[in-house]
Each structure stands twice: as C-alpha cells, then as structure tokens.
Design a protein around this ligand. Structure first.
Ligand SMILES: NC(=O)c1ccc[n+]([C@@H]2O[C@H](COP(=O)([O-])OP(=O)(O)OC[C@H]3O[C@@H](n4cnc5c(N)ncnc54)[C@H](O)[C@@H]3O)[C@@H](O)[C@H]2O)c1
Length: 311
C-alpha cells in the first residue's frame, strides 16, 4: 500500500508517517514547512519506503504535476494551518492553507483516479453551540473561526468530490491534540511565560474554558483502525475523549510538573481566550465508541504526559 501524507512534517502527520512505515506502508510525505520541521523529515529519510516532496500544496498545478507518476492508494490529508490565532489575524491564511490544500488534494485524486481519502477535520466546524451535544449529523452549523469555516468548506467540497468521483472517504472531527513533539499551543505558552517570570502567569480569559485534549498516539491508533478498509461513500466520526481539562487545570499541571511553586495567576478576563475560540463544547462520541474504540488517556492524563515530554 502506498500512502500520501500531506502535512507529514507536522505534529500529527509525523506520528502517522512513523506508524504507517512501521506497518509496512510505502509513504510519500508532502509538506512546505510552514509549521512542519526538517527534523521530522530527517528522522525517516534513510527508510527506503519513505519519500519526501517539499511542495506548497496550494499550488494545485505544481502539486498535481509533481505527484502525477506516483501510484497512490490512500491519501491522509493533514496539511492545514493549525494556528487558529494566526488565521484569525489574516483570513487568507486559512483560505490558502486550510481550504485550498484540500481543493488541491481533491484535484489530485480526481486526475489520478485515487479513491481513498482520510481527512483531518475539527470540532471547530461546530462553532459555539452552547449546551448542545454535537453529533455528527447536526445540521445548520455555524463555525466562528476562519479555520473552522475553512474546514467546514473543505468537508463540503470533499462530500461533492466523493459523490462525483466515487471516493471512499473517512472524515474525523477531533478536538485539541497533544503529546510528544508538540510545538505550539497553551502548554507551550505557559512554559514560555513561566521561564520569563516564574512568579506570575498570565492566563487568557477567566481560566474556565474547558476542552477535551486527546493524546496523539490514541488518535493515531484510531486513524489506523478506521482507515485499513474505508467503507464505500463518506463516513464522518467525532473522535475524542470523554473528559475535558480547564485552562486553570492546565496551568496547575504545568506548574506542578515543571516545579514552579506559589505562582500567582493573572487572568485577562472574559470567558474566551481570543475571538474565534470556542470556550466549551460537548462532543458526542457514541458512533466511534460503537466501533469498539475508546481513548486510553483521559484529557488530564494527556496534558500531564505532554508536559512531561516537553520537560
Ligand atoms: N493539533 C490539533 O489540536 C488539531 C485538532 C483538530 C484538527 N487538527 C488538524 O490536524 C491536522 C494536523 O495538525 P497538526 O497539529 O499536526 O498541525 P501542524 O501544523 O503540526 O501540521 C500541519 C502541517 O501542514 C503543513 N502545511 C500547511 N500548509 C501547507 C501547504 N500549503 N503546503 C504544504 N504543507 C502545508 C505544515 O507545514 C505542517 O507541517 C491539520 O489539518 C489540523 O487542522 C489538528
């Protein structure tokens, strides 16, 4: 089996590349190093089953041309802008790196008759539906970040391309993912702030923002489990953990694990970290649980384990 991993030099992508290689796949990785790193490519470069292309996937013609002779069985499409705040300052970032990368992938599939797709979507497509349980078939979605909007638009294009070209498609909507080799996000922000000032920690919002954090290796397990044989048509799954962690609890765990004591928390106030942030949400995981999969780490455990790795 030959798999193409877009965004394979990124955080989740590089874990996926490793698992695919370990399971005997040939892997083509494409990345342009927007947020990916050379180090995550160098790790595999001597493996004869691994090939790396540095391509800006937004450039549809270049992407399709460079990969036209590769006989690909399945595409794991992970390339996107993963920095929601950066996209919040400039909508073009998500239009290009979150939506257009998807369009290019779909074009490659259509032109090269590639039939199998895994797409990494996000809980952000649900928007801020206070108190509502988010099931996969919830309609009338109103994403509130450009990132969520671009992922939702991607899902729509994927749906139409899947129907028009008989693709077999698996869409996963997942929340925050953390674990070894993470390079940005709230845990990093806290670590950096504490290195600068070990006595006081600024926390965006009021600290009650509470989200599920899934451990990256749990996510890789379920991706592999569900993509060995993708059923015909298009399937959508919420993927996550039953528990959630508040921002203040993350601060507590970071301080505890990194050995900072008596730190004074300074909240910037308001119940969101930044505009476009969804402070709380409830994900329905029944569909994936019915497939026999549960995450092995709780949200708090995932946070603690990640801080230990960073340490
Ligand atoms: N990390 C999370 O918490 C989370 C949550 C939900 C969904 N996701 C999705 O999972 C996927 C992977 O996320 P991640 O955390 O590993 O992010 P990441 O930023 O580490 O990985 C994304 C990769 O895509 C690459 N990329 C971006 N634009 C590109 C372009 N135009 N051409 C080529 N490569 C490009 C980046 O360089 C990066 O290596 C993304 O689609 C993200 O939206 C992530």
């Amino acid at each position: 089996m030959k798999a193409l991993v877009t965004g394979g030099a990124g955080f989740i992508g590089s874990h996926l590349v490793e698992r695919l290689l370990n399971e005997g796949y040939e892997v083509i990785c494409v990345d342009n190093f927007t947020l990916g790193t050379q180090e995550r490519v160098d790790k595999f470069i001597n493996n004869s089953n691994y090939k790396f292309y540095k391509i800006d996937i937004n450039n549809t013609e270049d992407f399709c041309n460079q990969l036209k002779d590769e006989k690909i069985d399945i595409i794991y499409h992970l390339a996107a802008n993963s920095d929601i705040q950066k996209g919040g300052k400039n909508p073009m970032v998500d239009y290009n790196d979150t939506f257009m990368t998807t369009f290019s992938v779909l074009e490659l599939m259509r032109r090269n008759n590639i039939k199998n797709l895994f797409f990494s979507s996000t809980s952000a497509i649900y928007g801020d539906e206070k108190g509502l349980l988010m099931t996969e078939d919830l309609g009338g979605l109103k994403p509130i970040s450009y990132y969520g909007g671009a992922k939702f638009a991607s899902e729509s294009f994927i749906s139409s391309y899947s129907y028009m070209n008989d693709f077999n498609t698996m869409i996963f909507r997942f929340p925050n993912v953390i674990g070894p080799s993470l390079t940005h996000g709230v845990i990093f922000d806290f670590k950096k702030k504490l290195e600068k000032n070990p006595n006081e920690l600024e926390i965006l919002g009021d600290g009650t923002q509470t989200k599920p954090y899934i451990y990256v290796l749990d996510l890789i397990d379920v991706i592999m489990m569900m993509t060995k044989e993708i059923p015909k048509g298009i399937e959508i799954y919420n993927i996550g953990v039953e528990t959630a962690t508040s921002v203040t609890t993350i601060a507590d765990i970071v301080c505890e694990e990194l050995g900072y004591q008596n730190v004074k928390y300074k909240y910037t106030g308001g119940n969101v970290g930044w505009k476009g942030d969804v402070p709380k949400f409830q994900f329905d995981l029944t569909k994936i649980h019915n497939k026999g999969w549960h995450s092995s780490y709780t949200s708090d455990e995932a946070v603690r384990e990640t801080v230990r790795h960073i340490k």
